[in-house]
Design a protein around this ligand. Structure first.
Ligand SMILES: Cc1cc2nc3c(=O)[nH]c(=O)nc-3n(C[C@H](O)[C@H](O)[C@H](O)COP(=O)(O)O)c2cc1C
Length: 196
């Protein structure tokens, strides 16, 4: 199922096609070559002063890391993310030899969007999740104190919404995607004065 961005002008194809499905094919594979491409995309994101605050923990379905990442997710996210071909945790590095890294979360976010767009280019989908236990991830993978597990990411092969089982979840998967109107999003002249 496609849910393209309903934009007022045509956008770059990957941006139009990206969304966050929960319906994933439990037999769909995500190869190490594909994961390499996703992580290369993330690695080449811009960051403040090229401080590169993003790091990733990566597991493929069936391996030990996948199972341990899955165990850190909320029950709600586990209910669909167990069908992912790969699970990742994006970790934010907060300090380097010069002290605190400015804009570290911004940098992690930019890396995450690169990763999500590259997933589309690979014929996959990526779904980010705040619903996981960062402390459990820290313990599980011995993440050092100056690094913060910030978001989990399910990467997989999209499936039909019915794989979700419960009608409520199928409906949510089918629901239209919504955004603020452009007039409430970009201003010119003064705050609140629509640019478009
Ligand atoms: C930081 C972040 C945390 C999110 N956490 C969750 C989550 O825990 N569970 C979930 O199902 N979706 C989660 N999402 C997905 C958002 O709900 C989704 O991106 C948003 O509704 C916009 O939809 P779209 O990505 O399909 O355009 C998260 C997204 C982001 C960026």
């Amino acid at each position: 199922m496609r849910k393209p961005a309903n934009s007022s002008v045509p956008l770059a194809d990957l941006i139009t096609r990206r969304w966050s499905p929960r319906a994933l094919d439990e037999t769909g594979e995500v190869s190490w070559d594909q994961l390499r491409a996703l992580l290369e995309a993330a690695r080449w994101a811009p960051s403040f002063g090229n401080t590169q605050p993003a790091r990733y923990l990566v597991g493929r379905r069936g391996d030990d890391t996948f199972t341990r990442i899955l165990g850190t997710l909320t029950k709600r996210n586990q209910s669909w993310a167990h069908r992912a071909g790969a699970l990742l945790i994006a970790v934010m590095i907060t300090r380097n030899e010069k002290g605190e890294i400015p804009y570290a979360e911004y940098g992690l976010g930019l890396a995450g969007q690169n990763l999500a767009l590259q997933a589309i280019a690979e014929g996959l989908v990526a779904h980010q999740m705040a619903g996981f236990d960062p402390d459990a991830a820290r313990r599980e993978f011995a993440v050092p104190d100056d690094a913060v597990p910030r978001v989990a990411i399910a990467v997989g092969v999209q499936a039909e919404p019915e794989v979700l089982g419960e009608e409520r979840d199928v409906q949510r998967e089918r629901a239209p995607r919504r955004r603020l109107p452009l007039a409430e999003f970009a201003y010119t002249g003064a705050w609140g004065r629509a640019a478009f």
